[in-house]
Design a protein around this ligand. Structure first.
Ligand code: ADP
Ligand code: MG
Length: 237
């Protein structure tokens, strides 16, 4: 079977996931396109992490399917990179920041070292390549995870709350970096519960609360979301 091209869209149809009796994601149909920077927003427990894990093929849907181009995601998982939520990583793993970034690099030889150092520099971590993961702050650890995603050959990057522990200047730098990556043709989707930033800075905003509530450009989703926030508890900042 032919590999999907780098321009392939990542799409879902009627996607559902159930933990025991509880539906975490219910009937989500969407399409992520190359060149777009998309925010996936929703309150805690909305199903964002579950959806991202299904999009990368880590979790098998209870119902529905995920396709990259025409192919089921299971057959082309390496074309989609997922940066896990910070809490899902064991930071006591005894390696350095640079070694962590090199782990997932798909290349060989000197290029691996060069690319890993360049990726660390792009997230402002060039001086900390030799630091052990456990010695880094939360925001620095997230920057290492992001650098690791960036060095992978995958055109689609799914980032699960990549900036949650970062300070505002680091967030700003990452936002600019992701915007450049999207401009160069990558498909980027990141989850967040910071809808203020999402509505200001992203090309597209998807609002999830188990079900997909809204999906569109910020100008369209902003007013819809405001109306929802005033009518539902759990959606306040
Ligand atoms: P979000 O990332 O939006 O905070 P999650 O996808 O982590 O949401 O979780 C969605 C729902 O599924 C929550 O109610 C959560 O408690 C539940 N859930 C998540 N992971 C598990 C799990 N491994 N076992 C059981 N329930 C889970
Ligand atoms: Mg989550």
């Amino acid at each position: 079977m032919a590999e999907p091209s780098q321009e392939a869209e990542l799409s879902t149809r009627d996607l559902c996931y159930r933990y025991g009796e509880q539906w975490a994601v219910d009937d989500v149909t969407l399409k992520l396109r190359p060149g777009e920077l998309t925010a996936l927003i929703g309150p805690n427990g909305a199903g964002k992490s579950t959806l991202l894990q299904m999009l990368q093929g880590q979790l098998t849907p209870s119902h529905g399917e995920v396709l990259l181009g025409e192919q089921p995601i299971r057959s082309c998982r390496h074309q989609v990179a997922l940066m896990p939520q910070r809490g899902r990583i064991d930071w006591r793993f005894p390696i350095t920041a640079l070694e962590m970034v090199k782990l997932r690099h798909s290349g060989k030889g000197a290029a691996v070292d060069r690319d890993a150092k360049a990726a660390l520099a792009s997230v402002g971590m060039e001086a900390l390549g030799g630091a052990r993961l456990g010695e880094l702050s939360g925001g620095q650890q997230q920057r290492v995870l992001l650098a690791s995603c960036l060095t992978q050959s995958s055109n689609t990057l799914l980032l699960d709350e990549p900036c949650s522990a970062m300070d505002p200047p680091a967030r700003q730098k990452v936002l600019e970096l992701l915007r450049d990556e999207a401009k160069s043709g990558r498909c980027i989707c990141l989850s967040s519960h910071d809808w203020g930033t999402a509505l200001q800075h992203y090309d597209r905003v998807i609002v999830l609360d188990r079900q997909l509530l809204f999906d569109g450009p910020p100008q369209q989703v902003g007013p819809q979301l405001n109306e929802l926030i005033t009518s539902r508890s759990g959606w306040q900042h």
